[in-house]
Design a protein around this ligand. Structure first.
Ligand code: FDA
Length: 960
């Protein structure tokens, strides 16, 4: 199998070898033939398919192209007229359609440009539009009678879609005029399955496809095949669900290939995301060596050349082929390049799994082609629309048996030209999607985008569980501590109830007297650079081996493995971000003033900061708070939540080990009562707190009543966070984002989604998808790699959540939850239907999602309800209508707004995090202004004339 270290190999290392092996590209005929093919295409461009012509004129590099793509992808799926009108209106008023008029040679493109231009003229009235879009549009519609614009655009979009898709079902295929002359691989359009029901539907669709293609082949003596996307056949096609896949997915795939074998319908397994590559090879090996099809040559797979492991995959196939009959291999460059790059960035991978330069993908394709052609047991199918690639493969494949492949509706002219220039013997086979407009979206977008332009966890799991044996005895660490305080409480894993250590809470009176009148200037004497370097050292230390922290995140805080890894990354980001930022802040800051006067601003630490952090992010939030305070030169007293004392202790020890003096960073373990005591200690100059609103209020009261100075409070509290979904949204994506936002971490995030507002036309369909997806969430022990949702933090919290649900049921609300056979520490994701957001009085800190239906015309009322809650932390918006997203964003009093994505997991530096109103005070964590709250500012104005004249002015006069 593949070696994980090859996934992220550095491009620099790979390039030298690649260049060395690709010397054959120096062959002159390759370039000459490629130019000839291109020239021939240019000469005969009137023969292009409509689609090729269209793509030539409208690409991603112009605003109109983008508007069209957005229209095409969404307009056919939107169920209600009003939302459709809105999106048409928005996209058409954005473009400069006139620029395209008569520039394109195709009649089709020109006709559509005329149509779009006329439509744009009618719709383009920006001021009325922005004042009241809905009214304006309804006025326009009534003026123009039957809404001819909408109908015209819908018709144009349908024509465009037909160009990409062969038909809605197999009845349409029979009508194809050139069916006998070309060989096809049919693909069923659709997104990856999100629910078991969808997976069942895709399975049936594939069975049907095999059946129909089998009949067609038989009647017409053809050799067409079917392409299968594994992700369509199971909603959890992920490495960590391998056990489930063994019993739920593999038997299905085997059934499909057996059926295809019985009908002699060729099967190709499509290539998908790089994170799934090892998993898919694992599955493919089982299929390839299955005894029924071992000697059948109709089985094959697709391989993406943009992956850094593509050559390794060919070596792997060579080994498989020692044990079975011939297979076919479709070589593609890869359709998910943009996704792979973003995904690697979001997850902080050490490098990209794909090449970052297009030229390297091109070379890799050819090196793979060379390797494939060496093995006669592989029948190669080269899938490309690139003239140079075709010409190079032709050169490499002299005397070998292989074929080219193209996509339906594209590349016809290219291959006609190539046939002439290269004397190709075989016509290219055609990859042909079948499906309804509704399923067209993802495929269409992929093609258009293209035109423009963790198995390591398994190894980590071992080192994590090694910490089971080392029980940690956590205790407070502060100057003048009475060492006799040694009676600790045992701490048990909330994941599996095993003993994981002890925690000692000191006598609070002793704590108070030790801290009262405490002062130390040691840390503030370190230079900014020294402080910053120490923080960076801590981040490197955590990064090098986070396994102990991960073990306690799983067992003390109940985090899943992925959540724990994400949290460690966030903590590291905080350390690095603040340590860099403090250096910038301390750079010399001269202010403006009249000539002869020097004004300088400087920063100094506030003194002693108290940091009180929560259990739900016991590593990231704690480290975020203390690293900010320390970067600024403050002393810190930190009190972690009583639920996560061991983690607090481990972190503070790490800071000490890496050079932060004990008197600079002191740790007090204890519950809320200790927090109350600490906020009254007379030496506190500031408090950073994350937790509930009532506790923040108590702290504020203590600071007023017990301190002479006005002690600042940075408070991050919770929210009743909403997401608004309109009927133009892509429901599969909404489902993923809702389930993650509401139920990940068992909903125990302050940013979690609490109320989902859905436009009525899509309400039932979306709710059904969300419920289906909830059912496949695995709830259990987070030490298991496959667990999606861990426990609730403690019995008291669980009881509170269950009481709330019971109360809702008693009031007659509709409540849905799916998993009843749970351990007593866990809770099933729950949906509660409500009519108005005011039904939610306070934040429920668990996996409870309220859902609410709204009418198209009631958007303002929904926004008002959200604002009236008084909370303002996070918000989600799902719509393809940009002006609507902007409108909702502007009108909502919320700190963090996420559009067309999930609403949790803010990234330090990219999405500074924090709310307004009841959700918090102060600048956002992980943002450009956070550190300023931990500093005093001083301004010195110096009259330089008094120190010996104003040379600046004198010099100026000389110049005059
Ligand atoms: P071209 O020469 O224009 O290359 C574009 C490719 O370069 C893009 O695919 C992208 O991956 C890559 N690229 C762009 N910018 C880059 C950069 N900065 N650095 C590195 N690489 C960059 N895809 C898939 O993933 N799984 C599949 O199963 C299939 N199946 C399939 C069947 C058939 C018959 C065809 C024709 C195509 C596919 N595809 C696919 C899609 C295929 O991956 C896609 O069409 C090709 O990438 C287009 O390659 P060309 O050689 O035509 O284009």
């Amino acid at each position: 199998m593949l070696d994980i270290k090859d996934k992220f190999l550095s491009e620099k290392e790979l390039v030298t070898e690649m260049l060395d092996k690709s010397k054959f590209l120096g062959e002159k005929s390759i370039n000459n033939n490629a130019s000839e093919i291109i020239q021939l295409c240019r000469k005969n461009k009137s023969d292009r398919t409509m689609l090729d012509a269209f793509l030539n004129e409208y690409g991603l590099d112009n605003q109109e192209g983008v508007a069209l793509m957005c229209l095409a992808e969404s307009v056919l799926r939107i169920p209600d007229k009003k939302t459709r009108d809105l999106i048409i209106s928005e996209k058409l008023s954005a473009g400069s359609w006139i620029d395209h008029l008569n520039r394109a040679d195709s009649i089709f493109v020109n006709a559509s440009t005329w149509g779009l231009l006329l439509a744009g003229k009618v719709v383009n009235t920006p001021s009325e539009w922005s004042d009241d879009p809905y009214n304006f549009l309804s006025g326009l519609i009534s003026k123009s009678g039957e809404m001819p614009i909408r109908n015209a655009v819908l018709a144009a979009m349908q024509i465009l879609s037909q160009e990409f898709v062969i038909g809605k079902d197999f009845r349409d295929i029979e009508k194809l005029s050139n069916l006998e002359n070309e060989s096809y691989s049919f693909d069923m359009l659709g997104e990856a399955a999100r629910t078991m029901r969808q997976a069942d539907n895709y399975f049936n669709a594939y069975m049907n496809a095999i059946d129909e293609v089998g009949k067609l082949n038989l009647i017409k003596n053809l050799n067409n095949g079917v392409s299968i996307k594994i992700s369509a056949l199971h909603p959890r096609y992920e490495m960590r669900k391998f056990k489930d896949l063994e019993s739920e997915l593999i038997p299905r795939l085997i059934e499909l290939v057996h059926y295809a074998h019985s009908k002699d319908v060729e099967i190709t397994i499509d290539a998908e995301e790089q994170d799934r590559l090892t998993l898919s090879l694992n599955i493919i090996e089982k299929l390839a060596l299955d005894k029924v099809i071992k000697n059948w040559t109709g089985f094959g797979i697709a391989l993406q050349a943009y992956g850094k492991r593509s050559i390794n995959v060919i070596h792997w196939i060579n080994k498989i082929l020692d044990k079975r009959e011939k297979m076919h291999l479709r070589l593609v460059k890869g359709a998910y390049w943009d996704y792979e790059i973003k995904h690697a960035q979001v997850f902080g991978y050490e490098d990209y799994p794909v090449y970052s330069k297009k030229s390297l993908t091109d070379i890799s394709f050819l090196l793979c082609a060379k390797e494939i052609l060496k093995n006669e047991k592989i029948y190669a199918k080269f899938a490309t629309h690139n003239a140079h690639t075709i010409s190079s493969v032709h050169q490499l494949g002299q005397g070998k048996d292989y074929e080219f492949q193209r996509l339906y509706g594209m590349g016809e002219l290219l291959y006609q030209s190539a046939e002439k220039v290269l004397n190709l013997e075989k016509k290219p086979s055609v990859y042909a999607p079948i499906g309804s407009y509704k399923d067209l979206l993802p495929y269409l977008v992929r093609r258009l985008l293209e035109n423009g332009a963790n198995s390591s966890f398994i190894n980590r799991e071992k080192s994590i569980s090694a910490h089971k044996k080392n029980k940690i005895n956590a205790e407070s660490i502060y100057v003048n501590r009475d060492e006799k305080e040694k009676v600790g409480q045992k701490v048990y894993s909330i994941a599996n109830n095993e003993e994981i250590g002890t925690a000692i809470f000191d006598d609070p009176t002793n704590v108070k007297s030790a801290l009262e009148n405490f002062a130390s200037e040691k840390w503030s004497k370190y230079s900014v650079q020294e402080r910053s370097q120490i923080l960076i050292k801590i981040s490197d230390d955590i990064e090098k081996d986070p396994s102990e922290l991960i073990f306690y995140l799983l067992n003390e805080a109940g985090k899943t493995i992925q959540n724990a890894i994400d949290e460690i990354r966030e903590a590291i980001d905080f350390l690095r971000y603040y340590s860099r930022q403090i250096i910038e802040i301390h750079g010399k800051k001269s202010l403006q003033g009249p000539t002869g006067e020097i004004n300088k601003i400087s920063y100094s630490p506030k003194g002693n900061y108290l940091c009180i952090s929560p259990w739900n992010f016991p590593v990231a939030i704690l480290i975020g708070q203390i690293s900010a305070a320390l970067a600024c030169g403050n002393n810190v007293v930190v009190k972690p939540s009583e639920n996560t004392s061991i983690l607090g202790y481990l972190i503070v020890k790490k800071f000490h080990e890496n050079g932060v003096p004990i008197e600079t960073l002191q740790l007090i373990l204890g519950d809320g009562m200790y927090g109350d005591v600490l906020t009254k200690v007379n030496t506190i100059h500031g408090v950073a707190f994350t937790g509930s609103l009532p506790t923040a209020k108590k702290i504020q009261t203590n600071l007023i009543q017990h301190h002479k100075e006005i002690v600042p409070l940075i408070a991050e509290t919770g929210g009743i966070n909403a997401m608004i979904v309109d009927s133009s949204a892509l429901l599969e994506q909404v489902t993923d984002d809702v389930v993650r936002s509401a139920f990940d971490s068992a909903g125990q995030r302050c940013s979690a989604l609490r109320v989902l507002c859905i436009q009525e036309e899509i309400y039932d369909e979306l709710i059904e998808m969300i419920k289906g997806n909830m059912e496949i969430q695995e709830i259990g022990d987070p030490n298991n790699f496959s667990t999606d949702i861990g426990p609730i933090i403690n019995k008291h919290a669980l009881q509170k959540l269950n009481d709330y649900i019971k109360g809702c049921k008693d009031q007659g609300m509709e409540v849905h939850n799916c998993n009843n056979s749970l351990k007593e520490t866990h809770m099933s994701p729950t949906i509660i239907e409500i009519d108005n957001i005011s039904a939610i009085q306070e934040e429920q800190f668990g996996p409870i999602l309220h859902v609410m239906k709204y009418k198209f015309d009631d958007m303002n009322s929904v926004i008002n309800q959200i604002n009236e809650s008084g909370y303002g932390l996070t918000m989600g918006i799902h719509t393809r209508i940009e002006s609507r997203a902007d409108f909702i964003g502007e009108k909502s009093n919320v700190g963090n707004i996420y559009i067309n994505r999930d609403m949790v997991g803010a990234v330090v530096g990219s999405q500074p995090f924090g709310g307004i109103g009841l959700s918090g005070s102060g600048f956002k964590a992980g943002g450009p202004n956070y550190l300023l709250q931990f500093l005093n500012e001083k301004v010195i104005s110096k009259n330089s004339v008094a120190f010996g004249g104003n040379t600046e002015l004198l010099n100026l006069q000389e110049d005059l």
